[in-house]
Ligand binder design. Structure first.
Ligand code: ZN
Length: 500
């Protein structure tokens, strides 16, 4: 059947926008991996030009007219209608930002990022404060520009997790606060499992040899991607057939490369499962949301690669790679050593459980700042009080407190909740998989990951943005987000690790 000519024009436009976006991703990846020092001066400008072009193609009023006409077309297929509906939604949202606001935000954030770096280095919140005040002011104005029905913070979360409500996040965290927080506090009072073997000498090449085999085993396709070293691990897609990850190493800590590599490979497996080629540039050819993306990385990192079954099957191979480091270590000791729970100050170093207290605190900070209940000057005290209340520790400096995250300096408000939701979605998917598979633990232990990946492909990946995240979760698991699944997983696993 010949495609509708208007739909074809729509596809042609999205292809150009996608071309520009993927080209920008290549420049950005290069900037973070191989770009020589002297090349950095013009790289930012080149990336900004591609970004601006893509934006102009998208917000062009002629494109808007086409979208509105297409939305009335009766001859489109179901998928075509969904694509048009979602693009029109994105278009309408982007139209709400006046050019002057976009430029002001870019300028303020560029300055704030530099100020944040300096403030964190010198442990001086007061030098960063005026910049953060400007950003909070911008974010408050943004909630007015884009509008909201219930709570202004929802206008900001919409960018990262469409449809997510404050009511839902509050409800989820109420459960986490009353069940998870006391649980990890109880665990942290127990004797800490042995973990001395994790900080022995691990040559970089051997770490990568083991990590490379492991991510290949879970299904990462090296013919459709590659891995390179970078200061921060991330995953990026340049188009169909090219989803890359970056890794980093610490020769004195086993966990830093391996678990980050599996995490990023989890993101990549999702990208490799989206119909990128068939749906090039369209919403169905994109990931549904940040929280779902994070659910895929955490599923493989935590539910799979930090499980007992996984190491029953893989500890032998690890021992073979590092015979001296693990000569005196049993499989069970290793498994317990990689699952230690201990409240700490720094979010990115937090364990699987206390991590969610870090996120909850950031969510409270953002929400109350946007509501106007606290001012930026109150932030350090607000932060420290919450750490004391929820984690039982009080930061001694702002560098190990409210200055640690980069997010606010580039205006990302509403992002943090997606990290926790990612773990909660992952636990729910994992529970569903456990009940649908004959013996999931055996599959994990024997390295039979093809059915696991196939399940994710069929129930999550292949839909792209076709369903929103709550619909997608419901279709995949039969119910809406239910944090009980995470609690059951946490209690069973960590009860075992700590011998409760
Ligand atoms: Zn991630």
């Amino acid at each position: 059947m010949k495609p509708n000519p208007k739909y074809q024009a729509y596809i042609d436009r999205l292809k150009k926008i996608a071309d520009l976006g993927f080209a920008e991703a290549v420049l950005s990846w290069d900037q973070q991996t191989y770009l020589p020092k002297n090349g950095s001066q013009f790289r930012g400008q080149q990336m900004a030009t591609l970004k601006t072009l893509a934006h102009e193609y998208f917000v062009d009023p002629k494109f808007g007219t086409l979208l509105k006409e297409l939305a009335e077309e009766a001859s489109l297929t179901e998928d075509q209608r969904i694509n048009v509906k979602l693009t029109l939604k994105d278009y309408t949202r982007k139209q709400k930002y006046p050019q002057s606001f976009v430029e002001e935000q870019a300028t303020v954030c560029a300055q704030a990022f530099g100020a944040w770096q300096e403030a964190r280095g010198k442990n001086r919140f007061d030098t960063y404060r005026p910049f953060l005040e400007k950003i909070v002011d911008l974010k408050k104005r943004e909630t007015q520009l884009v509008g909201y029905e219930r709570h202004p913070y929802e206008a900001l979360m919409e960018d990262y997790e469409p449809g997510l409500t404050v009511k839902k996040v509050d409800e989820v965290f109420a459960g986490i606060r009353s069940n998870l927080f006391p649980f990890f506090k109880e665990l942290s009072k127990k004797p800490k499992p042995r973990h001395d073997f994790l900080t022995r000498q691990f040559p970089k090449d051997k770490q990568w040899a083991f990590s490379e085999r492991s991510i290949g085993q879970i299904g990462y396709d090296f013919n459709a991607g590659r891995a390179d070293f970078a200061p921060h691990p991330f995953c990026t897609t340049f188009g169909p057939g090219d989803t890359r990850i970056t890794i980093r190493y610490n020769e004195h800590h086993f966990s830093q490369m391996f678990f980050a590599a599996v995490h990023e490979a989890g993101h990549a497996l999702y990208e490799q499962g989206i119909p990128l080629a068939q749906e090039y540039g369209t919403p169905i050819g994109q990931a549904v949301s940040l929280a779902f993306h994070e659910s895929q990385s955490r599923f493989w990192e935590n539910n799979i690669a930090r499980s007992q079954a996984y190491w029953k099957g893989n500890f032998g191979a690890l021992k073979h790679e590092f015979p001296q480091n693990f000569a005196d270590v049993t499989t069970d000791e290793f498994y317990r050593g990689i699952n230690i729970v201990e409240p700490s100050f720094i979010r990115v170093e937090a364990d699987e459980l206390s991590y969610h207290a870090h996120i909850y605190i950031r969510y409270l900070v953002e929400k109350t700042l946007i509501e106007g209940q606290i001012k930026v000057e109150d932030l350090p005290a607000f932060w420290n009080d919450r750490y004391e209340e929820y984690l039982g520790i009080r930061p001694k400096t702002d560098a190990e407190g409210c200055l640690q995250d980069v997010h606010w300096s580039y205006g990302a408000f509403g992002y943090f909740p997606t990290y926790s939701l990612g773990s909660f979605y992952a636990a729910q998917l994992f529970a569903k998989m456990k009940s649908s598979f004959e013996n999931l633990d055996k599959d994990i232990e024997t390295g039979n990951f093809a059915p696991v990946l196939q399940w994710l492909r069929e129930n999550v990946h292949k839909y792209g943005r076709k369903y929103n995240s709550s619909e997608l979760l419901k279709r995949a698991t039969g119910e809406e987000l239910n944090v009980e699944h995470f609690m059951n997983y946490a209690k069973k696993k960590y009860g075992g690790v700590y011998g409760l």
